[in-house]
Design a protein around this ligand. Structure first.
Ligand code: GDP
Ligand code: MG
Length: 597
């Protein structure tokens, strides 16, 4: 296809504003797939994505459209991940296209992820077409939302399209706008090959599949290609496009988007954002702006049943095949036995992986509290990247500790603003900005990531009854007065419960944890002291008193079946416990104890 008849675009939206529905409608109305093949939400493949209504991996589809001017166009849609954890993947896929449809739910208006995603599109120099969706609903307020788009985002919304992705209203106009309002790609057919590696995943039949956007040159089957970041070379055994099913083609030229397979063994060998060129007569300089995506949130994953460790290892290795941004290494904990310390792009990413392990592989897990990477500067001038609070060296040898900070943007209806400010303040936030857009406030805070990774989303949701939207980006590391707090149960430190806390908050956090644990740990035949300590100094203490009677004593007379049932119940409960010294700690203690309310 010649460049003038190609349009490449993405759809940016806040979750639930209708991105997937619109994509489906565009595919359907161009007869890209037959009615029979048309499943609801074609582009959201994975179960978890469907359930949570989020798109995790970028998907792509090639649509052929005959416009009102009689000409046939190829429209390539890249569906970007909608969530903050995958911001880097979003930014790369944005660089692979020239324009965006900005979908805003006309009953809701601009939300935090609308902003985050549209800024990425603006950064990538996109032409942006605003689409007001859900205009079939009585609560739709297109005029108010147009104004809001102009005020908050600062783009012209006068010619915003009025669409109902559900009923199909405005879909024709959307296709015409893609053709006439978005620019055609540019590129040189005769130049050395430059293809951007937009995404990659593992396919059970084809092995690693690589999604590429050709910038310059031509990619053909049988070509020998080179990854410019890693230097690895491969012969290309298949190229094709997504309609949305894979369809082989002979070549991909400038401006085109498609896939290649090349007997690449692991997804890890393909770096998102890398430039692919020919091994011989290749490009000299890669495309600008490559940066590897790195995990920022870490936690321990341990099997509840220690006999399942090998199963967990297999499952984790399989998942990692398909997700290069997830890292893992073996970890042993005195409290929890053998498990893995895993790194994630963010909290949602963590939840997705944990869910998949539990659901698809049927392994019950204990998840330790998420933690960030601290920079620990030692008095002897060495520096440690601390992934696990349990590994914190003796404080007397530590000069200072730095923690990662984020810039968080929260949009919230007026009436909840006070609660949001209090929450951010409680989490050691520094307010950077506060503005209004209609009846919504937009607050920007500088917050320690550590205070956010744990239960910030949950707290934010609950104090705003679900009306707040939230997005963040990393801004760097800053020193603060951070110390390691250990938790001792029956005088033994439980490594999986240790954490770094701000010195000024240590007493409060320590007290809250001891109280929580006192509720969570069942009584034993003896008295159990529960303590929080910094270095050798105890800062909080609770005592769990001894159990007076055997549980079965509650049964009267000699009802043997009842007694047996109770004992069985007790045994089942025990399976979810971890023996620690003489004390049994239930699995939920490891996560619940750290929740702050
Ligand atoms: P995404 O998270 O942006 O991909 O949003 P979805 O496409 O999954 O849509 C979220 C919800 O809004 C779903 O329940 C859709 O059925 C619904 N929805 C999407 N578009 C429309 C629309 O134009 N009108 C109405 N009434 N509902 C819509
Ligand atoms: Mg979706």
């Amino acid at each position: 296809t010649d460049l003038a008849h190609i349009r490449n675009f993405s759809i940016v939206a806040h979750i639930d504003h209708g991105k997937s529905t619109l994509a489906d409608r565009l595919i359907q109305s161009t007869n890209t797939v037959s009615e029979r093949e048309m499943k609801e939400q074609l582009l959201d493949a994975m179960d978890i994505e469907r359930e949570r209504g989020i798109t995790i991996k970028a998907n792509t589809v090639r649509i052929e459209y005959i416009a009102d001017n009689g000409e046939q166009y190829v429209l390539n849609l890249i569906d970007t991940p909608g969530h903050v954890d995958f911001a880097y993947e979003v930014s790369r896929s944005m660089r692979a296209v020239e324009g965006s449809l900005l979908v805003v739910d006309s009953t809701q208006g601009v939300e935090a992820q609308t902003l985050a995603n549209v800024y990425q599109a603006i950064d990538a120099d996109h032409e942006i077409v605003p689409v007001l969706n859900k205009i079939d609903l009585p609560a739709s307020e297109p005029e108010r939302v147009k104004e809001q788009i102009e005020d908050v985002i600062g783009i012209d919304a006068e010619h915003a399209l009025l669409v109902s992705a559900k009923s199909g209203l405005g879909i024709k106009e959307t296709l015409e706008a893609i053709v006439h309002r978005l620019p055609a790609p540019t590129g040189e057919r005769d130049a050395p090959l430059k293809a951007m590696l937009v995404d990659s995943w593992y396919d059970a039949y084809l092995g690693v599949v690589v999604l590429v956007r050709i910038m310059d040159g031509v990619l053909k089957k049988g070509d020998k290609i080179k990854m410019m970041q890693t230097g690895a070379t491969y012969p290309v055994d298949r190229i094709g496009v997504f309609r949305p099913a894979m369809q082989n083609v002979d070549e991909l030229g400038p401006g085109e988007i498609g896939f290649l397979t090349a007997q690449i063994k692991q997804v890890r060998d393909t770096k998102v954002g890398d430039t692919i060129t020919h091994e011989k007569k290749g490009a000299e300089k890669p495309l600008p702006g490559f940066k590897p995506s790195v995990p920022v949130v870490f936690c321990g994953l341990f099997p509840v049943d220690s006999a399942e460790f090998e199963d967990l290892r297999d499952a984790i290795e399989k998942l990692a095949l398909n997700d290069a941004s997830f890292s893992y290494e073996m970890e042993t904990s005195a409290a929890l036995g053998f498990g893995f310390r895993c790194g994630f792009l963010g909290l949602l990413h963590l939840e997705v992986i944990r869910d998949r392990l539990e659901r698809e592989y049927d392994i019950e897990l204990i998840t330790t509290a998420p933690s960030v990477i601290y920079h620990v500067y030692m008095k002897d001038d060495t520096k440690i990247d601390l992934h696990n609070p349990a590994d914190m060296p003796d404080m007397s040898k530590v000069d200072h500790v730095e923690e990662p900070r984020i810039k968080a943007t929260i949009l919230v209806p007026d009436e909840y603003l006070g609660d949001v400010l209090k929450l951010c303040q409680d989490r050691r936030g520094l307010q950077l900005d506060l503005t209004y857009a209609g009846n919504r406030a937009m607050v920007v805070y500088d917050l320690p990531l550590n205070e956010v990774v744990f239960d910030f989303y949950d707290r934010l949701k609950s104090v705003t009854k679900g009306y707040a939207s939230f997005d963040y980006q990393m801004i760097g590391y800053r020193e603060d007065n951070l110390v390691r707090m250990s938790i001792l149960v029956n005088d033994e430190a439980v490594d999986a419960l240790s954490m770094l806390v701000h010195r000024d908050r240590a007493e409060m956090r320590g007290r809250a944890m001891c109280e929580k644990l006192k509720e969570l740990i069942p009584r034993h035949m003896f008295k159990i002291p529960i303590q929080a300590a910094i270095g050798g100094k105890v800062i909080a203490r609770e005592t769990l008193s001894a159990m007076r009677k055997d549980v079965t004593a509650k049964c009267y007379g000699g009802d043997a079946t009842r007694k047996k049932k109770l004992l069985e119940k007790q045994k089942a409960g025990k399976k979810k416990m971890r023996q620690f010294g003489k004390v049994e700690i239930p699995q939920e203690a490891f996560i619940s104890a750290l929740k702050m309310d």
